[in-house]
Design a protein around this ligand. Sequence first.
Ligand SMILES: [Zn+2]
Length: 248
Amino acid sequence: MYITTRGLVLREAKYKESSKMLTVLTETEGKISVAARGVMRRGSKTAPSAQLLAFSEMTLSSGKEVWTLTEARPVELFLGLRDKLSSMALGSYFAELLDLFSDADIPDPLVLSLGLNALYALSREMKPAAQIKAAFELRLLSEVGYAPMTGVCPVCGEDITEPVFWPAAGAVTCRTCDPASGGARLELCKSSHDAMQYILQADPKRLFSFRISEDALKRLAHVVEEYVRVQLEREPSTLAFYRKVAQM
Ligand SMILES: [Zn+2]
């Protein structure tokens, strides 16, 4: 059986002499494994589509456990990411999160389109990388069921004026309240708390279009990254690599 779908390559691994095994997030089949035979041979027509972060229209034939790539036409290769190491590193981290938070064989168009929008914004440098990163991370966690509580304090029920974030509880509370979840308490401010609420509710097309000062962005970025770490119970390897190259 053959199908045609569009998909984003989240992971690539060399296999046999000249082939790659890909993890692809597709529009119609969800996350799947795809064998891309001979793509490392010189002159392979499907090679551009068989690289990390390529988004392509793919013709696939189904096998026992994996699909095989038979034809591909690139739709968006995010070339802006490929000539800058820190952007490519951050894009790879986005890919790892998309991989970790999506289920095999279950299509999730919202998650795929969030990933594509984030990579697009990053490749065109539409906003500071830290802003795109925080918005992508928080919205992704929210889309897959980990939206943190914001706005109203879950402990005292009041509107929050002096916000702090508890990653283990997944909640923002007043400075004087404690959700008794254990774990660290992280500083927010009005502006970073407003940004969190914006990211959770924004129209997907306007997700990255918010204004924030450099200081508030630092707090937002730190809080959201900690929240990712708590949800995963570890640090993704691509995040450690991004941090290293971003400091260079
Ligand atoms: Zn409170």
